[in-house]
Design a binder for this molecule. Structure first.
Ligand code: SF4
Length: 219
């Protein structure tokens, strides 16, 4: 399979995705975009260790399943990181997980950006992943360059969510909305705008096009 050129509504800075660990994601989020595709069992694609990752790319490693989920063996993760580190050091890599606890125990390539998703500060029970409150606790202890994805944004408590993000101290926050009609409890436009305003006081805020739907009463 190799790398795929980035397309669609992902991150503009990402040039490619690469998924050497693939199959049905154990986190089973209700809004997962992968649910519309047939899914194999979670597995390590050994042949991907032959993939040429090039140089000067920004590669999202593990975009189709959370390769940091608890059931993924350390050995699989270490093989993936070693391939990036030893053979293709002249790239940047995004590793994003709803289980950032595992970031602390692995050796990454230098050009790493570590991310997590915090769609809300509340626990709505929409995923089998560690709760947002746990993700936040581990992300704030991570010292690497990091980012937070608030996507799909779900109704939240403004003061708490802003406080969490401030403590995490990410390089930037990316905010997006549900684009597939999953009937999530979404925040009102005024609240989305207030969040953007507060976060912009201490970090860069990148807005996805799909957020316009939730801000339409404002502009
Ligand atoms: S963690 Fe990501 S890949 Fe896994 S089910 Fe949730 S949205 Fe899908």
């Amino acid at each position: 399979m190799g790398m795929n050129k980035q397309k669609g509504n992902m991150y503009p800075f990402v040039t490619h995705t690469w998924n050497p660990i693939r199959g049905k994601c154990p986190h089973d989020c209700v809004y997962c975009y992968m649910k519309v595709y047939p899914q194999s069992e979670l597995h390590f694609a050994e042949k991907e260790m032959q993939t040429n990752l090039g140089q000067g790319n920004f590669i999202f490693v593990g975009s189709s399943t959370d390769m940091w989920a608890d059931v993924v063996p350390d050995e699989w993760i270490d093989k993936v990181l070693k391939h990036c580190r030893d053979n293709y050091a002249y790239n940047q890599y995004l590793f994003q997980s709803k289980n950032p606890r595992r970031f602390a125990t692995h050796i990454f390539p230098d050009g790493k950006l570590l991310g997590t998703t915090i769609e809300t500060n509340r626990d709505y029970g929409i995923s089998l992943a560690p709760m947002p409150s746990i993700r936040y606790q581990f992300m704030k202890r991570t010292t690497a360059r990091k980012m937070v994805s608030i996507e799909p944004i779900i109704d939240f408590d403004l003061v708490t969510l802003v406080d969490w993000i401030r403590q995490i101290a990410p390089d930037f926050v990316s905010i997006g909305a549900d684009s597939k009609g999953h009937n999530l409890p979404e925040p009102l436009p005024e609240k989305v705008n207030a969040l953007i305003e507060e976060l912009s006081k201490f970090t860069a805020v990148k807005l996805k096009d799909n957020l316009k739907r939730l801000r339409q009463k404002i502009k």
